[in-house]
Design a protein around this ligand. Structure first.
Ligand code: SF4
Length: 265
């Protein structure tokens, strides 16, 4: 190893030691946390952050994939009300996360559809390392009761980083597999400009929020007739940045379209 690398390593140990020493003193005699202007509650100290149960074996909440598909089909066919997704634990089952031959598997049994096994990680040591890096839950969501009302799937923590808005399920490609089954479900689902405005207005009204960027996705978001207007509106109401999860075909076809999108924000 080159001498400079030894110096770097030494400095890293010194810095880590100083950081941990200051952290211990702070924990013994903490200064009050401050409340940033993008939240109504104070920032959490590191030791105030809770963590879910990690490691394996452990039990976790999960879904039966077949119950989910059946529920979706019943809702689309008008046989089941969409509110059941909020008020009932549709498809929810318990799962066990276990280590087997150096891999990590999720194992679950649905009383209706039987046994499921999914590979979560090919290397249990790597997953243990990744889980050890989890810094703890962020501050609890607040002032969001109307917006985050999704039953057991409601968002409980976090400060609002990226808002993904699916503008359309149409696409100019037909990839197999497609992450969204674009073009393959037999119906078009596309937001109107009023829908887009409502989503953006609602999301920017809640706290905590810090870096609020919007990602327009789909299907292929550039196929939406409101793609350019949606960018302009997001920038107008205060989103810091706008991204597009796009296959780039429409941009490659037209310099003018690129220019219009860039000028929109
Ligand atoms: S949305 Fe993406 S993955 Fe799906 S068909 Fe279009 S380009 Fe392919």
């Amino acid at each position: 190893m080159r001498p400079i690398k030894h110096v770097e390593k030494g400095l890293t140990y010194v810095a880590a030691g100083m950081f941990n020493a200051i952290k211990s003193v702070n924990q013994f005699k903490p200064n009050p946390s401050f409340t940033p202007k993008w939240a109504d509650k104070p920032i959490l100290k590191s030791w105030q952050k809770s963590k879910p149960t990690l490691g394996f074996p452990r039990q976790t909440d999960s879904l039966c994939p077949n119950c989910v598909i059946e529920a979706r089909e019943e809702i689309l066919a008008g046989k089941r009300d969409v509110s059941t997704l909020i008020n009932e634990k549709v498809g929810e089952i318990k799962a066990q996360i276990i280590e087997r031959d150096g891999e990590v598997w999720m194992i679950k049994d649905c009383p209706q559809h039987g046994h499921f096994e999914d590979l979560m990680a090919m290397d249990s040591n790597f997953l243990t390392h990744i889980e050890s890096l989890f810094p703890g839950r962020d501050m609890q969501s607040h002032n969001d009761e109307k917006l985050h009302n999704h039953g057991t799937s409601s968002i409980k923590y976090g400060r609002g980083a990226v808002l993904t808005v699916d503008l359309t399920n149409r696409c100019n490609m037909m990839c197999d597999p497609c992450f969204m089954d674009a073009n393959q479900v037999g119906f078009v689902h596309e937001l109107s400009m009023e829908d887009v405005k409502e989503i953006l207005d609602n999301a920017i009204s809640i706290k905590p929020r810090r870096q609020m960027s919007v990602q327009y996705s789909g299907g292929e978001p550039t196929l939406s007739p409101y793609f350019i207007d949606a960018i302009k509106y997001a920038r107008k109401v205060g989103y810091n940045s706008v991204q597009a999860a796009t296959n780039g075909i429409e941009f490659a076809k037209s310099k003018e379209f690129c220019r219009e999108a860039a000028e929109a924000g």
